[in-house]
Design a protein around this ligand. Structure first.
Ligand SMILES: Cc1ncc(COP(=O)(O)O)c(C=O)c1O
Length: 404
């Protein structure tokens, strides 16, 4: 039977901002995915840290189906039970006292940056508007979030960009001290820089950021879109670091694959988003919130969180064994199930070649920048899938080295 649409159609009908793989997945279960031709893949990519409970987790399917038969959408003219239940659960499990829902990480950060500006404006005046962010950070693709993000390639050609943003070196306390002033309204940090190569923040850097924010009446914002929702073995990475932000943004894993974003904050800060100051048509959508409530309930289970570290150890041991044979990684880093394999000098700039080689061996992996392989599998991936994925990665690396 021929497929009614094929990969070739992508190049005809889609805006060319992506270059997807050569196959089209049509079905997923746990950490396995099948394409149009019935070929089965092991998934170490987890939808880029989104499918935190794997594909089609039965409890998420049930939560979605149940809500789909009840109520899909209302708008924020009315509130709804799933949104209130999810917000209450997030408040119970984190530092937060207030929650704002949206649909993506970029929107959660957009809300966070606007709230930081508004809070400073309300409490200290309009001059206090500077946002301090880190070089190589990634916070989303809206014009404000790419401008706060520390990767100039994402703003090139899109100017003029918003002002009032300064960039400091990640993990460099002196660089932060030098940039900090009473003009700063917020310091924004990813506890683990994801898109730019899986670089964890040092505990000292986060602690210093907290202290400097307190000294200058600035808000500390943690972007946990990628590092959150159990990815590091804690519900949110800040809980492992022991440094509490004023605002935290969450997306990706929180919906397990259903689009949702959230901005978490305190009572005091939330006051600056009074009625009409900010909004989103779909924010707090009942379908999204019903699924996310199930996701957060399952992931905040201490047993599930403890399993993240056990799986990391198995994966990292396998990656080290591959490296002992082929010497392609100069560092295996990250936390929990957000793993970066930095390529040795001889393979700089060739992460995509590894991704393509893995695809041929029916393994889905990711890259983070040009020279780092990224793995972000399901937090409940089972041992067999880890071992099978590692065997396929071994074969893929062998293929690549044989091809030169
Ligand atoms: C740390 C971080 N922040 C924000 C985003 C943007 O999220 P979204 O693509 O859902 O807008 C991402 C996405 O990769 C991310 O990793």
């Amino acid at each position: 039977m021929s497929n009614s649409v094929t990969r070739a159609d992508f190049d005809q009908v889609m805006v060319p901002n992506y270059g997807p793989a050569g196959f089209i997945p049509v079905k997923g279960l746990g950490s396995r995915v099948w394409d149009q031709d019935g070929r089965e893949f092991v998934d170490f990519s987890g939808g880029i840290a989104v499918n935190a409970l794997g594909h089609c987790h039965p409890e998420l399917v049930a939560a979605l189906a149940e809500q789909a038969g009840k109520l899909w959408h209302l708008s924020n003219v009315f509130t709804n039970e799933p949104a209130l239940k999810l917000a209450s659960l997030l408040v119970e499990k984190t530092f937060a006292e207030r929650v704002f829902f949206c649909n993506s990480g970029g929107e959660a950060n957009e809300a966070a940056f606007k709230l930081a500006r508004k809070y400073a404006h309300d409490n200290f005046g309009p001059e206090k508007n500077e946002i301090i962010s880190c070089v190589n950070s990634f916070h989303g693709r809206t014009l404000f979030t790419v401008s706060v993000g520390g990767q100039p390639k994402y703003t090139e050609g899109f100017g003029p960009v918003p002002g009032g943003i300064r960039h400091i070196e990640f993990n460099n306390i002196e660089s932060l001290k030098a940039a900090m002033s009473d003009k700063a309204c917020a310091v924004v940090i990813e506890p683990i820089q994801g898109e730019s190569g899986i670089q964890p923040a040092t505990p000292e850097f986060l602690k210093a950021a907290r202290e400097l924010c307190d000294a200058h009446n600035a808000l500390l914002v943690f972007d946990e879109v990628q590092s959150g929702m159990g990815r590091t073995g804690a519900l949110y990475a800040y809980q492992q670091y022991g440094v509490t932000p004023d605002i935290l943004t969450s997306a990706k894993g929180i919906g397990g694959g259903f689009p949702i974003g959230a901005m978490l904050t305190t009572d005091k800060v939330a006051k600056s988003f009074g009625i009409g100051t900010h909004g989103s048509t779909y924010g707090g959508n009942p379908l999204a919130c019903a699924v996310a409530h199930k996701v957060v309930s399952l992931i905040s289970d201490p047993k599930l969180l403890a399993g993240v570290e056990a799986r990391r150890q198995r994966l990292v041991a396998g990656l080290e064994a591959i490296n002992a044979k082929y010497h392609v990684f100069k560092e295996i880093r990250g936390k929990g199930l957000l793993i970066g394999c930095a390529l040795v000098d001889a393979y700089q700039g060739r992460a995509r070649d590894f991704l393509r080689a893995a695809e041929k061996r029916q393994l889905m992996i990711l890259v983070a920048g040009l020279s780092v392989l990224r793995l972000a599998p399901s937090l409940v991936i089972d041992e067999q899938d880890i071992d099978e994925g590692l065997a396929r990665l071994d074969a893929a690396v062998a293929d690549l080295l044989a091809a030169g």
